[in-house]
Design a protein around this ligand. Sequence first.
Ligand SMILES: *[C@@H]1O[C@H](CO)[C@@H](O)[C@H](O)[C@H]1NC(C)=O
Ligand SMILES: *[C@@H]1O[C@H](CO)[C@@H](O)[C@H](O)[C@H]1NC(C)=O
Ligand SMILES: *[C@@H]1O[C@H](CO)[C@@H](O)[C@H](O)[C@H]1NC(C)=O
Ligand SMILES: *[C@@H]1O[C@H](CO)[C@@H](O)[C@H](O)[C@H]1NC(C)=O
Length: 428
Amino acid sequence: MFKPHPLRSMRNIPSHSRILLAAIILLCLVQTAAAYHTNRYFQNNPNPLPRPVRWGPPMKRDSVPLVISNNCGETIWPGIGTQAGTGAGTGGFELASGDSKSLTVSADWQGRVWGRTNCSFNAAGTGASNLNGNDGSGAACDSGDCGGVMSCVLTGATPVTLAEFDLAGGVGGTQVFYDISLVDGYNIPLQIIYIPGDNPKLQDIPPNLTNCACIATAGLLADPADSGTSGNATTPDKPLPYEPKQDSKSVADWCPWDLQVKQPTKPGDGVYPYPDDNIQRPIFDPCLSACAKSNSPQDCCTGSFNDPHVCQPNLYSKSAKAVCPDAYSFAFDDQTSTFIIPSGGGWEVKFCPPGRSTNILATFKQQLQDLSSAGKVTKQIQEDCMNITIIDESAKKAGAERVRGEPSGMGSRSLGALVVVVAWAVLW
Ligand SMILES: *[C@@H]1O[C@H](CO)[C@@H](O)[C@H](O)[C@H]1NC(C)=O
Ligand SMILES: *[C@@H]1O[C@H](CO)[C@@H](O)[C@H](O)[C@H]1NC(C)=O
Ligand SMILES: *[C@@H]1O[C@H](CO)[C@@H](O)[C@H](O)[C@H]1NC(C)=O
Ligand SMILES: *[C@@H]1O[C@H](CO)[C@@H](O)[C@H](O)[C@H]1NC(C)=O
């Protein structure tokens, strides 16, 4: 196998190539940096315990399952980034359609999982293959790429749908904070699934309270079920509250025209198509967030906009929130996007899950808050989660709000308040 000595091989490269190489490395770094916009919780992590980053995998007694599965029709290349604690011992791998991979991370892991699409690596996984004349340099994947290498470190190039976890969040690190983030854009659908662990207080946690999904790709969206439940991902005894309005047509068009990574050209005349044109978009249509595209303080809630009262959701955020009500759409919508549950279970990230986007946070806001403060699943929480009336009423409300042009649940601030309270408790 080709294993260059890093220094010697640099010296052998002619100087113009060296400049090119430096430029490419710089570009990769810039790409990684640009992909690092995040929500407020992950900016101001309230857990003050020092958690050194280790590659992993963790020792057995310290480990939590992290399962990654691919329900997509084609192979994907999941990427894993570790921000704190011990990682899975891999930063990414190839995962064929229908396969799943069981990994472990430490109980205090903080990190993210995303999907990379249409990758083509060299045999060592150290760069792009030469299939398209890339010759080891540049991006190896169509979306989610991390500097062209198989095993990622922190994050992927925008746009990516992220599953974000802090397994030891909150004061004392006794809670799990997790979310689906579209802050960096969207590439493929994903679902986060709770795996019951050995915490006896969480044995009966209703899966419909924890298992959020974001499905914003045409062709992968199930039709709504009869009641307010989530299409194919639902069984009569385990209904998930779902996003009620999208159909396969609307979900194909949600990305603001200029934020599409590959804007389709009008067939025939080659003229830049008017955004409102009724044009067939590609099924796989990665969408940059406004922040990832413009990098402006206004879109990214940085600088003088780093204030929840000042930074407002832009068109992208509103569109993203409408297709994926449970996902983060910009830095400050944590009130409708952060799941907080007591620690003690494991996690699965499933790409291209069946069903529809969920609407759990707006439906079971109160129940999640109760779970968080009680630290266990109460009888009332169980009952509420089985109550179809609650799910249906919330679905109707979400529909009504969207007709008024407001993303669902934007008015509910309680989870955000909880995050703020936690942050305050740490600061004071
Ligand atoms: C991957 O590439 C193939 C061939 O160009 C294309 O048909 C397919 O849609 C691509 N898939 C994704 C997820 O980009
Ligand atoms: C939902 O189920 C139906 C019937 O089994 C199937 O035809 C359809 O492809 C499924 N949709 C999704 C998105 O899984
Ligand atoms: C939610 O999941 C629990 C546990 O599986 C189940 O008992 C309950 O019926 C589900 N919720 C609804 C609304 O059915
Ligand atoms: C379900 O919820 C509705 C609305 O909150 C309530 O009126 C009803 O009593 C609940 N049903 C059950 C069986 O708990």
